[in-house]
Design a protein around this ligand. Structure first.
Ligand SMILES: NC(=O)c1ccc[n+]([C@@H]2O[C@H](COP(=O)([O-])OP(=O)(O)OC[C@H]3O[C@@H](n4cnc5c(N)ncnc54)[C@H](O)[C@@H]3O)[C@@H](O)[C@H]2O)c1
Ligand SMILES: O=C(O)CC[C@@H](O)C(=O)O
Length: 528
């Protein structure tokens, strides 16, 4: 049974897949204190949160069986992703599931701040009829500056166009082509400041965006600008905003998110020019159902089927791309497991090379599989695709990944070389169309072996009779040989034999093998 803990308010209907799954039990404990979360997290395989629960390093440290942290939403800034990665815990989110909700909330805030709706509503419901105090401004023919042209920024731009607004977009990844397609202008941050009547923020909170809207930015803005923030608190310096509103440089602001939530800045609270909502951007029935559905499905896939699709701490991949990579992921892990046994020591340098069709693919996951296989030999089952790179770095082992254009004679080819001082070991492999995975190179020798659980690797002198003697000895021990491959550098020179065995062999057999004349070394290599 897998146990799932939910600590924030999440749509029950969206969680149906988890509730109805016979292998899952769901425990909803809304508003749990941090201390309580730290003490109970060790009982759970998955944790689902929204933006309220702080999943700190301390929580993660105690999460001895936790495999997945799911953010039912976009921003993962309430989760210590680094600590989760170190521990090999997958962090997933539901990108896109609340895009429309956040977009529509932004438009609602844009209109609210333009027409003073909340202020007028309050006065009117209090029985006052004051038509003169709340004159607003139109959006029509005004300029909207959008900072962050991702999913929400893009949807906001489309809707703002329908109000007849001129739209400027700033985002390091925003191209002229995308701007032209949307019918808006690509702008710099300064241009947004100088020309916009309204500015809306749609970036994540990062080192680069923290206090992006600070006093210096607010000094440059067009007087009378109105700001909207439905992205993250912390992108606007709240004190600087309050000052600019006080001086009239900024005519108003609409904020859904705050530096601390709930907001504590006294200059904001009760300010008649500032519209505030309590982080409601994603709070629609539809968005909450969608985020809950997405994370539930993904948690089931990860825990039950070991398929990872949208992890924040893993490369993102479409289903089809992931499907196509499957044989390489398996093969990569086996190569890693085998090559480290050949080296017989901890590596001080790792090299990964891709050739053929693979150079066009996103190979990050394959590299992670190889490194996972490699590290499992010394570090055990705590290594997974999430923490493999981190653990290798932590061991201080540099790794290089190269995509080579040279033709290796295979449609696709991957190779892993590990070094320890002067020693090195290398395995090359390919996936043959219709025949599956093959190891085609061990050190300097060309071979053709289907990777199996037990491989007997023999290093010998190329001389008549030696193959027969190995076969006879294994036969005497009732060890069945699946396949046998021989490779040599030159006639009568160095040679290797690689045999696939139906069961493992032990020290005494290996000793007897090495006693055969001309046989230098016999080693059992195990791959899972
Ligand atoms: N208020 C809410 O309830 C609510 C709901 C959903 C999303 N959000 C927040 O809205 C924000 C945007 O979400 P999204 O789904 O559009 O994300 P997204 O990843 O699709 O887009 C973010 C964009 O910001 C851009 N960006 C990053 N750094 C930048 C910088 N320094 N300057 C300009 N652009 C920069 C990125 O290139 C990206 O295109 C996130 O912070 C998310 O957490 C809030
Ligand atoms: O869960 C929420 O309501 C907030 C969601 C929002 O901030 C997000 O980043 O997805």
């Amino acid at each position: 049974m897998f146990k799932v803990l939910i600590t924030d308010r999440i749509s029950d209907s969206g969680l149906r897949a988890l509730y109805e799954h016979p292998l899952f039990t769901v425990d909803k404990q809304i508003g749990l204190s941090h201390l309580d979360l730290v003490s109970i997290i060790k009982h759970y395989d998955a944790l689902i949160v929204r933006s309220q629960t702080e999943v700190t390093g301390e929580v993660i440290q105690q999460a001895s069986r936790l495999q997945v942290i799911a953010r039912a939403g976009v921003g993962v800034d309430n989760i210590d992703v680094k600590a989760a990665t170190r521990k090999g815990i997958i962090v997933i989110n539901a990108p896109g599931a609340n895009t429309i909700a956040a977009t529509e909330h932004t438009l609602a805030m844009l209109l609210a701040v333009a027409r003073n709706l909340p202020q007028a509503h309050r006065i009117t419901t209090e029985g006052e009829w004051n038509r003169g105090a709340f004159q607003g401004v139109e959006l029509y023919r005004k300029t909207l500056g959008i900072i962050g042209m991702g999913k929400i920024g893009t949807e906001v731009a489309k809707r703002a166009k329908s109000f007849g607004m001129e739209v400027l977009g700033f985002d390091p990844y925003f191209t002229e082509e995308r701007a032209a397609k949307l019918g808006i202008k690509k702008a710099t941050l300064d241009e947004i400041a100088v020309f916009s009547d309204f500015i809306t923020l749609h970036t994540p909170l990062t080192n680069a965006t923290e206090n992006l809207i600070d006093e210096a930015f607010l000094q440059k803005v067009k007087p009378g600008v109105r700001l909207i923030n439905c992205a993250r608190g912390g992108i606007i310096d709240e004190d600087a905003l309050v000052a600019a509103v006080g001086e009239g440089r900024v005519a108003g602001a609409a904020l859904d998110v705050f530096q601390t939530e709930p907001p504590t800045n006294q200059g904001l609270l009760g300010n008649p020019r500032i519209v505030m909502t309590p982080h409601l951007g994603a709070s629609t029935v539809e968005a909450q159902e969608k985020v809950a559905e997405e994370v539930s499905t993904e948690i089931i896939e990860i825990l039950e089927k070991k398929v990872i699709r949208h992890a924040v701490n893993m490369p993102q991949m479409t289903n089809e791309a992931l499907q196509n990579l499957q044989p390489y992921l398996r093969l990569g892990e086996q190569i890693g497991q085998l090559v480290i046994q050949l080296l017989n020591d901890a590596p001080d340098k790792v090299e990964i090379d891709y050739y053929g069709d693979l150079i066009k693919e996103d190979t990050d996951l394959i590299s992670r599989s190889m490194i996972k296989g490699l590290l499992t030999h010394h570090l055990g089952d705590s290594v997974n695709l999430i923490n493999a790179l981190h653990l290798l770095n932590e061991q201080g082992v540099p790794h290089t990944v190269r995509k080579n254009t040279k033709n290796k004679g295979f449609a696709n080819y991957l190779e892993m070389t590990v070094h320890h001082g002067e020693e090195s070991a290398c395995i090359g492999a390919t996936v043959l169309n219709g025949y599956g995975e093959r190891i085609v190179k061990i050190n300097q020798y060309r071979i053709d072996v289907k990777p199996e659980r037990h491989l007997l690797f023999i290093n010998h002198h190329d001389m008549p009779g030696i193959i027969g003697k190995v076969g006879a000895l294994l036969g005497d021990q009732q060890i069945n040989i699946g396949t046998m491959q021989v490779g040599r550098t030159d006639i009568g020179g160095n040679a290797i034999m690689v045999l696939t065995l139906d069961k493992p062999i032990y020290g005494n057999v290996l000793k007897e093998l090495t006693a055969i004349e001309g046989l230098r070394e016999a080693q059992l290599l195990e791959a899972k």
